[in-house]
Ligand binder design. Structure first.
Ligand SMILES: [Zn+2]
Length: 320
């Protein structure tokens, strides 16, 4: 049995930083509800499909935006996730720090986009502020975290431990993982304990092109994802972490569904439902941490599937 974490980062962007108060209501609708001529394809759609198949998802919700626009919008997001029985966890994009009405940190006048560019003390304050915003918005039992853009470092893990958050899922070997200070020189692909926190790294794989790729709905074809799940099971991996976003089923302009990605999501949910004797979708709440002694190599996917995916991605982009 393999533990699978279907994680969804939920965040809102206003297409730049000018006139954000004016743009926010439209951005909120676009990123959270995802209205299109064919219906809504945002967060409620994802929740509905997961619930249709009886599958658990982990929704890493970004709360700092509400320090600018008010708690009501955040409460709406938390309500949607929690009322559908899915798990709310903490995601942070420090891009919002200098936009907050009440300063979250003193002396921050400009953008610092990456959490890893803040000191341990600053990270501790920001994580604490994010967790309280989520709690005030109705979330409970927050025990897992993911840094925006996976831009964490080892100090983030200490900051999480200080805030009593047991799990992190920010390590991504295809992004900032290797120079995060966590197990230098080792590619982390299985859970470890570090600085008082349990790290559940993003699942990455070697697709035969010499670079690692993470397991994300928009980045992997369905056959790649299914093949990787079976490989992870055969290799007796302890965790498989999949990435998605609240607005990931929409095209880039977010005005129509991305049919290829919607299809991947539906197929993946159906597959996980049919194979629940092999794959257990779960959240971090109630999770007993398990760590491995030695890190295995990243999973590999055959090059022919890479080629097929490239064709599919090119077809998708044509219709963006
Ligand atoms: Zn994010």
């Amino acid at each position: 049995m393999l533990d699978v974490f279907f994680t969804v980062d939920v965040e809102i962007w206003c297409d730049g930083w000018h006139n954000i108060d004016e743009k926010f209501p439209g951005a909120f609708r676009k990123y959270i509800y995802g209205p299109t001529a064919k219906g809504d394809y945002g967060l409620p759609y994802q929740l509905q499909v997961l619930n249709h198949y009886g599958l658990k998802g982990v929704f890493f919700v970004e709360p700092l935006f509400s320090s600018r626009f008010g708690e009501q919008s955040l409460a709406e997001i938390v309500g949607l996730v929690a009322e559908s029985g899915q798990e709310v966890q903490l995601h942070l994009h420090p891009e919002w720090v200098d936009e907050s009405i009440v300063p979250l940190l003193s002396g921050v006048q400009s953008k610092r986009n990456h959490l890893r560019n803040f000191s341990t003390a600053e990270q501790t304050t920001l994580i604490g502020a994010g967790a309280s915003l989520l709690e005030r918005a109705g979330a409970s039992n927050i025990n897992a975290f993911r840094a925006g853009g996976f831009a964490f470092n080892k100090d983030t893990l200490s900051a999480l431990a200080t805030n009593g958050i047991l799990f992190d899922s920010s390590y991504n070997a295809s992004r900032f993982g290797p120079d995060s200070g966590v197990m230098p020189g080792v590619v982390v692909v299985e859970p470890i304990e570090c600085a008082g926190t349990f790290e559940y790294p993003m699942t990455v794989f070697n697709d035969g092109t010499q670079s690692l790729r993470h397991a994300q709905l928009t980045s992997c074809s369905y056959p790649e994802m299914e093949g990787l799940l079976w490989r992870a099971l055969e290799a007796e991996r302890s965790a498989f972490v999949i990435l998605s976003h609240g607005s990931e089923l929409l095209n880039r302009a977010k005005n129509r569904p991305d049919d290829v990605v919607v299809n991947r999501f539906q197929k993946l949910c159906s597959f996980l439902d049919r194979n629940r004797d092999s794959f257990r979708l779960r959240g971090f709440q109630g999770l007993k941490p398990g760590t491995v002694q030695q890190q295995p190599l990243p999973l590999a996917s055959p090059i022919w599937k890479t080629g097929a995916r490239m064709l599919e991605q090119a077809w998708r982009r044509k219709f963006q």
